[in-house]
Ligand binder design. Structure first.
Ligand code: SF4
Length: 226
């Protein structure tokens, strides 16, 4: 397992639960606001499992684990192992993912109790390339989202608002479009178990809408627009 580390006890990573959050190295994306940038290319392969990772002092307090990263679904076998072992001791399992690996997500889905999926931007080539600095991302994320909806997997969608000098990512109009997309897809898949939408980086929707006038579309010189 290309293991990065863990937070023994978190009450914010899975709403309503106390969890250990486990970080796995590796991510194919290059989001400009990434707070775990060093994990994207880090190599720390270790022959470990969940019982090596859990803190003996917090294990009695948690009722779940969140497997994050990086992009945890780069390590499908590790996710499957951690999920299996968590269920052995009767705690729940969630994965936090960019949605970049729908095939891996489908493979591990039945081992998961919830998924937290990034919706970094509206589903267009331009917007998703700007947000991730990588080509061809949005169709993969759409496929993952559709999979979650179709299979009735409990999931929360998460968008990180990033305020760069000169432009905001995503803009308020794009944020509205992301939410509308989720609503439309929810109606198309009535079996869905969509748990709601979360804005990250501490910017509340109210404050976001308050700065709507400052928003600008990305200029031609902005990162990722070339
Ligand atoms: S998907 Fe997450 S880990 Fe990967 S670059 Fe983006 S913010 Fe960083």
């Amino acid at each position: 397992m290309n293991y990065a580390g863990r937070v023994p006890l978190s009450t914010v990573d899975w709403p309503g639960k106390a969890v250990t959050t486990i970080f796995l190295n590796g991510c194919p994306l290059r989001c400009p606001y990434c707070i775990n940038a060093e994990m994207r290319t880090a190599e720390s392969w270790q022959d470990i499992d969940l019982f090596d990772i859990l803190d003996p002092y917090s294990v009695g307090l948690i009722n779940g684990i969140v497997i994050s990263g990086g992009e945890p679904l780069m390590q499908e076998a590790a996710v499957r192992l951690l999920a299996h072992q968590a269920h052995e001791i009767d705690i729940e399992v969630a994965v936090e993912t960019s949605g970049y690996y729908p095939e891996a997500l489908e493979e591990v889905l039945w081992n998961l109790d919830a998924v937290f999926i990034d919706m970094k931007e509206v589903f267009t080539h331009e917007a998703y390339t700007r947000a991730t600095q990588v080509l061809g991302v949005w169709p993969r994320v759409f496929k993952s989202l559709e999979l979650l909806m179709r299979t009735g997997t409990p999931f929360q969608a998460r968008t990180t608002v990033f305020d760069l000098p000169g432009y905001i990512l995503p803009t308020s109009e794009e944020l509205e479009e992301i939410i509308v997309t989720l609503k439309i897809m929810s109606k198309a898949y009535p079996q869905n178990r969509y748990m709601g939408f979360k804005l990250q980086q501490g910017i509340l929707p109210e404050s976001y809408y308050g700065i709507k006038k400052r928003n600008q579309r990305v200029s031609k010189n902005a990162p990722g627009s070339g």
